[in-house]
Write a protein that binds this ligand. Structure first.
Ligand SMILES: NC(=O)c1ccc[n+]([C@@H]2O[C@H](COP(=O)([O-])OP(=O)(O)OC[C@H]3O[C@@H](n4cnc5c(N)ncnc54)[C@H](O)[C@@H]3O)[C@@H](O)[C@H]2O)c1
Length: 260
């Protein structure tokens, strides 16, 4: 379905990004795996994806907290593999803390990695996509791009910002064969939520499973952590011909969280 397309997936060495890279590769796309790991570790992951799915895959390292590295990533990805048809902005971090004690360095890092990096990559990718009259941009926002929870000031600002940014770029590119959409996951089984699970488990005497059940009961009606592959499947759908008419949308994949 995506044969001969080239996709850059940021933060693709683990978690949701890895699942998206795998699902896009399974659909036939060649993959630029982006990460912050050293080149040898990243190249190993790219080789795994290439051999599992019979596609081409390369690794490009860049620290997306750094404006220059974020701005240069698309050009490096295209030089390493091919012009991009698909851009998935997935890299992200979290820090939870009440606003009055929220560390300024964490605020700046979350805004840079979760929001500004997507501005820099889209800015760099759109001209080529427009010239080729094809582009699929998928931004991994969050339920926290749509609704709020306590102690997530920076994450909320970044993810709500990403939803708005995506709508704006969607309008600017709507007549050019480009779609720009967000996926808004709920609790998904990856490393980013481990500190929140541990904190909740500690309140329940160290019982991890009880901590997870507690978090789910509070917010996510399907009472199940989402497997990362479910987000990967939706990313593939948004890149498919079936989704060519969907742009500027923010699709919750959240087990019912935002229906409440
Ligand atoms: N897991 C969830 O419950 C959940 C829910 C909603 C949204 N999300 C979003 O999904 C995305 C992926 O997160 P995940 O759940 O797979 O967690 P994760 O921690 O496994 O993955 C985050 C990725 O971001 C990358 N990254 C972190 N700092 C970076 C930097 N400075 N430069 C470049 N890359 C950097 C990491 O290397 C990693 O690959 C994030 O944007 C996250 O906000 C996750």
């Amino acid at each position: 379905m995506l044969k001969n397309r080239t996709a850059l997936v940021t933060g693709a060495t683990q978690g949701i990004g890895r699942a998206i890279a795998d699902r896009l590769a399974a659909a036939g796309a060649n993959i630029v795996v982006h990460g912050i790991e050293p080149d040898a570790a990243g190249a190993k992951i790219a080789a795994e994806i290439a051999s599992a799915h019979g596609v081409r895959a390369v690794y490009v390292r860049a620290d997306l907290a750094d404006e220059k590295e974020a701005g240069g990533l698309v050009a490096r990805a295209e030089a390493a593999l091919a012009p991009l048809g698909i851009l998935v902005n997935n890299a992200g971090i979290q820090h939870t803390c009440p606003v009055e004690t929220f560390p300024v360095d964490k605020w700046n890092a979350i805004l840079a990695i979760n929001l500004s990096s997507a501005f820099h990559t889209m800015k760099a990718a759109v001209p080529g996509m427009r010239a080729r009259r094809y582009g699929r941009i998928v931004n991994i926002a969050s339920v926290h791009g749509l609704v709020a929870s306590v102690n997530k000031a920076a994450y909320l600002a970044a993810k709500h910002g990403l939803v708005g940014l995506s709508k704006g770029v969607a309008l600017e590119t709507a007549a050019d064969g480009i779609t720009v959409n967000c996926i808004c996951p709920g609790w998904t089984d990856t490393a980013i939520i481990a500190p929140q699970i541990e904190a909740r488990a500690a309140e329940r005497g160290g019982d991890r499973e009880a901590g997870i059940r507690d978090l789910l009961r509070e917010k996510q009606p399907n009472l199940t952590l989402l497997p990362p592959a479910r987000i990967g499947d939706v990313a593939v759908f948004l890149c498919s011909e079936a989704a060519a008419g969907i742009t500027g949308a923010s699709l919750p994949v959240d087990g019912g969280w935002t229906a409440q």
